[in-house]
Design a binder for this molecule. Structure first.
Ligand code: ZN
Length: 269
């Protein structure tokens, strides 16, 4: 019985292969495989082009929201690789797709002309430590910095800050992140959080996509602003753990669409 079953299975397989040969390009063999490979490469290229455009849009949004001004940067991990896209060391409001470089996780430019930001190690350190992170923004946002100047711990004290962001600790060390050792320390301090504040300096925000990272950066700043305003008139009362747990994570597509539209309106003027 077992032999019979095996024989019938061989027949079924043979007939299936014959049908495939009649209906597809059976004779092309390696050529078909090559075609498939080329198609894969084309879709990868399209994916990378789309990611580059999204990265530039993220730069523009952060600039328009005044989170970066002349300084700050945002990067994206190239899918299925240990390389990232980040621009040359220009102001985020001025960069274009042509300014995008490919940088490896040692912080070396491996494709493109020019030098990137001196704080590249903040990006590479986090990408090395966090497989779930595919985009990183570094802002110099006023209200987040103001909290650190006043030595006030950040509280995600608004709905969107809980839904998109969560907690963010303050890294006490003053100065920029310009060595791989500092990059690793920042990554370790970040842990599994989505953001941290850099005392007297700015913030680092991470996420699985450019969209969510950008939106988190915006809501970090808005929450910091509200918290700071609240401290001027009273004692802020944060969400309880139970209240926070009732706020479900939200999809960033709506705020991304909203803030993207601000960029197109700004560019149209
Ligand atoms: Zn900085």
């Amino acid at each position: 019985m077992v032999v019979e079953k095996r024989m019938s299975s061989v027949w079924v397989t043979s007939i299936a292969l014959l049908l495939l040969c009649l209906t597809a390009q059976c004779g092309q063999g390696a050529g078909g495989a090559q075609l498939q490979e080329q198609e894969g490469t084309t879709s990868e290229l399209e994916e990378e082009t789309a990611l580059k455009e999204k990265l530039i849009l993220g730069n523009r949004i952060l600039d328009l929201q005044e989170l970066v001004t002349p300084y700050g940067h945002i990067s994206a991990r190239i899918p299925n690789s240990d390389r990232i896209f980040i621009t040359t060391a220009k102001s985020p409001g001025l960069v274009t797709v042509e300014d995008i470089l490919v940088v490896n996780l040692d912080g070396e430019v491996v494709e493109g002309e020019g030098i990137t930001y001196s704080e590249i190690h903040m990006h590479t350190g986090i990408y090395k430590a966090r497989d779930d992170v595919n985009a990183i923004a570094h802002t110099h946002s006023d209200y987040a910095v103001a909290l650190t100047v006043a030595d006030i711990p950040f509280q995600p004290a608004m709905n969107q800050a809980v839904q998109y962001l969560g907690p963010a600790k303050t890294w006490d060390r003053i100065g920029t992140i310009i060595t791989s050792e500092l990059g690793e320390q920042v990554a370790e301090f970040l842990g599994t959080d989505n953001a941290l504040l850099l005392r007297m300096h700015g913030a680092v925000i991470v996420g699985p996509t450019v969209e969510l990272t950008t939106i988190r950066a915006i809501f970090l700043e808005r929450a910091a602003k509200l918290q700071l305003l609240a401290t001027t008139v009273g004692k802020p009362v944060p969400f309880t753990a139970e209240e926070s747990s009732r706020l479900q994570p939200a999809n960033p597509s709506r705020p991304w669409q909203y803030y993207s539209s601000k960029v197109s309106q700004g560019l149209a003027q």
